[in-house]
Design a binder for this molecule. Structure first.
Ligand code: NAD
Length: 505
């Protein structure tokens, strides 16, 4: 998976191109940290333009034969890949924890959610079935096909190094495409681990490639003429620029961006359940989840009671090295820690009520780790930057509102529209919420409503550029294009000329 380069005292994570590990021609590398210790444990190769060309050439060459592989062959490889991932998932979880910092349990959870998409893709023979209409006209039948696009690029963020790539590559490969995955440079090793499992499962070389790096790799892939589609997940500004660049280059693009997920709590909610949900969805994975709850919008009547319960629950959380028994690990890098801690300072200066301060807390981990404990602000207002910006850390805001209508208006006015949840015992309010809330994924007494693999994942507004969500039937649609065949097999081929527009009779 990685090699020690001469002159470097830590292993270097290389690219995986045409079934083999390659260091590439790029001169630049990035540091990969263990966030729980603060140590640089690896370096990762950054692709140069020629590495982009090599990876795409490998994907292009492999497409010529992979697109003609039978559905039975593809499915057998997918099943084998799934089994290998299950058999060795502890190894992958340890890799994720060592580079991302999330707890081992959390890493196992993201692997399981990723493998759900592999399981979904195992049903590709059914998912690719077209329609057939016999006898639309005399001796004429019409049927539809869905065919692969060619080499596709998948660009993923740091926060789910296994699950997010799995939203795309199983479906893309099952549908007959070939892939170049560009994972986050902050936790690159999971992608190479997947490449090795694909090879063991019998996937032909070049069908799944991994290219490491930064903006050079991303723009190189998007602009490469052989790349037919781009699936991107990351922050909103980058998602937007990827969408613009990709569509300008004539590519099919789905670019999933950032989030600000609200959880509305009404007066008739079970407050214990709501407090537990807010704490686990706000601070799980140190708040570095695109579906994390970052704002609790509570109606005035129960605000004091809910905040008291949240504070009580937060006091039980253990922060530490994800390899040990704890609820929450460190943040991913020192820079990200500084950014999130900066928001805590800004919240205080903007006048929010800092009820729990996670700065300087005691942790079960090394002093050099990137630590910030669970932090709670009450009486946040919509103008404050801790509300308007995506913080992407363990900082939960409480906004108090006078009514359900005020809560709905607040959520719908937000620029992001990834997920939103409501906690209530009132079925009418819940129904109104699901109908009128302007987000892509809705939870009713469920704080993190990540859809199962046979539904599609994606937000609205600034949380997704493009119109196709990930996995489920939308994913199959994204990675294929339609063709409709009209065929006539007349009794005799001696028909005269007919210049009229075809009509059915
Ligand atoms: P990021 O935008 O910094 O990076 C995402 C990917 O883009 C990485 O592979 C990175 O190398 C690349 N990249 C970074 N800057 C680039 C640039 N200027 N040009 C081209 N490529 C660039 O995001 P991140 O910090 O890795 O991940 C966290 C963000 O991802 C959060 O905003 C989170 O909400 C979002 N996210 C969204 C979803 C979703 O489903 N909507 C899921 C997971 C994460």
């Amino acid at each position: 998976m990685e090699k020690v380069n001469v002159g470097s005292d830590v292993p270097v994570v290389g690219h995986w191109i045409a079934g083999a590990l390659r260091m590439g021609t790029g001169e630049r590398t990035g540091d990969v940290y263990n966030p729980a210790t603060g140590d640089v444990t690896k370096k990762v190769a950054f692709a140069a333009a020629s590495d982009v060309n090599d990876a795409v050439a490998a994907a292009e060459a492999a497409f010529a034969t992979w697109r003609t592989s039978t559905l039975a062959q593809r499915v057998r490889i997918l099943f084998a890949f799934r089994q290998l991932c299950i058999d060795r998932q502890d190894e992958l979880a340890a890799i994720i924890t060592s580079e991302h910092g999330k707890t081992l349990d959390d890493a196992a959870g993201e692997i399981a959610r990723g493998l759900e998409v592999v399981e979904f893709a195992c049903g590709i023979p059914h998912l690719l079935k077209g329609g057939f209409s016999e006898g639309v006209s005399s001796n004429v039948d019409v049927y539809s096909l869905r065919q692969p696009l060619g080499p596709v690029a998948i660009i993923s963020p740091f926060n789910f190094p296994a699950m997010v790539p799995c939203w795309f590559f199983p479906v893309a490969i099952a549908a007959g495409n070939t892939v170049v995955l560009k994972p986050s440079e902050r936790d690159p090793s999971a992608a190479n681990w997947f490449a090795e499992r694909w090879a063991e499962a019998g996937l032909p070389a070049g069908v799944f490639n991994v290219l490491h790096g930064d903006k050079t790799a991303v723009t190189g892939l998007i602009e490469h003429p052989a790349i037919k589609a781009v699936s991107f997940v990351g922050s909103t500004p980058v998602a937007h620029s990827v969408y613009e660049l990709g569509t300008k280059a004539g590519k099919r693009v789905q670019a999933l961006g950032g989030a600000k997920n609200h959880m509305i709590v009404l007066a008739d909610a079970d407050l214990n359940q709501a407090a537990n949900a807010a704490v686990s969805a706000g601070f799980g994975s140190a708040g570095e989840r695109c579906m994390a709850i970052s704002v609790v919008v509570v109606v005035d009547d129960v605000a004091d009671a809910l905040v008291a319960k949240i504070v009580e629950t937060m006091a039980t959380l253990r922060v530490g090295d994800g390899r040990r028994s704890c609820d929450m690990g460190p943040l991913v890098t020192k820079e990200h820690l500084a950014r999130v801690a900066g928001y805590v300072e800004r919240g205080v200066s903007e006048g929010a009520d800092l009820v729990v301060d996670g700065r300087g807390i005691a942790v079960d981990g090394a002093s050099g780790g990137f630590w910030l404990g669970p932090t709670l602000f009450d009486r946040v207002t919509p103008e404050m930057t801790i509300y308007t910006d995506e913080i992407f850390g363990p900082v939960l805001s409480i906004i108090r509102v006078p009514s359900f209508d005020a809560a709905m208006n607040l959520v719908n006015a937000n620029a992001h529209g990834n997920g939103a949840a409501i906690f209530t015992g009132d079925g009418y309010a819940a129904r109104r919420f699901q109908s009128e809330i302007e987000v892509g994924m809705v939870g009713i007494n469920v704080p993190i409503p990540v859809p199962v693999s046979y539904y599609s994942f994606g937000g609205w507004k600034n949380s997704l550029f493009g119109d196709t969500h990930a996995h489920g039937t939308e994913g199959v649609h994204f990675f294929t294009r339609g063709k409709v065949v009209t065929s006539r097999w007349p009794e005799s081929s001696h028909q005269g000329l007919d210049f009229a527009f075809p009509q059915n009779a």
